[in-house]
Design a protein around this ligand. Structure first.
Ligand code: 8X3
Length: 261
């Protein structure tokens, strides 16, 4: 019997990360769930173990980690004390770099520099730290890096300049990884969603009314829709590399064209 493959998911405590954890557990992956919110991770771990553990064989570990803390990320991979996580890391095949956020929609001349720093630190540096240290464990042949880019990485919109820049960086990082990993059998995929109904807008606007309005009058994508795309990408035959996937809600034709009823 071949050992079960392990997927590590960042930002696993909610939204796309959480949906991807559920979906990959169903597909037969063991999991390492990474996020800052310990309680949410533990709840998800317990739920998944109840549904897919025992005779179904799922093993789930959690890493409470701020991915913007380089030394914490380094130590989580290189000096891991938890024996269960150590064992899971030995079987690491798939990394889903999902953790990311947007802060504010102020025009650039008025925007908060701290918001820019938070976005760049999380979406670019945090993703790079995890990728770099995870790559020491990712198995050649059947290894797979999945990056959560965005339609914002391909098209820029007013008030989104720096967020868009971070997602354009994720696209370039994906292409760089593809080139540098060529020949290793490790696949790299950039998933680029449009509007997905998650905590994203609440974090961006810090205003529940504004966040709710973001998804009113049309059917936005659900986290499960994106988890579907990720699961499909990582379950293609080994010779198939889905390099980029752009997914909009049907009502959204570009980053600036959205039809609401
Ligand atoms: C999120 C999509 O269009 O709100 O990455 O920037 S958008």
């Amino acid at each position: 019997m071949t050992a079960r493959q392990v997927a590590l998911i960042t930002g696993a405590s909610s939204g796309i990360g959480e949906a991807t954890a559920r979906r990959l557990a169903k597909e037969g992956f063991d999991l390492i769930l990474v996020a800052r919110r310990e309680e949410r991770l533990r709840e998800l771990q317990a739920e998944l173990e109840k549904e897919f553990g025992g005779s179904k064989g799922l093993s789930v570990g959690t890493m409470v980690l701020d991915i913007t803390d380089r030394e914490a990320v380094r130590s989580a991979f290189q000096s891991q004390k938890d024996l269960k996580i150590q064992d899971l890391l030995k079987r690491l095949h798939v990394l889903v770099s999902n953790a990311g956020l947007a802060k504010g929609v102020d025009p650039m001349p008025e925007a908060k520099v701290e918001d820019w720093e938070t976005m760049i630190e999380t979406n670019v540096l945090g993703l790079l730290y995890v990728t770099r240290f995870a790559l020491d464990f990712i198995k050649p042949n059947r290894g797979h890096l999945v990056n959560l880019g965005s339609v914002a990485g391909r098209w820029t919109y007013p008030g989104g300049g720096v967020y868009c820049a971070t997602k354009a960086a994720v696209l370039a990082i994906t292409e760089g990884l593809r080139l540098d990993l060529q020949g290793s059998g490790v696949r790299v995929t950039n998933i680029e969603p449009g509007k997905v109904s998650t905590e994203f807008s609440l974090v961006r606007y810090k205003d529940p009314d504004r966040a709710r309005k973001e998804y009113e009058g049309y059917e936005p994508l659900a986290p499960d829709d994106i988890a579907d795309c990720i699961a499909w990408s990582v379950t293609r035959p080994p010779h198939v590399n889905i390099q980029e996937m752009v997914i909009f809600p049907t009502a959204q034709a570009s980053v600036t064209h959205l039809v609401r009823k």
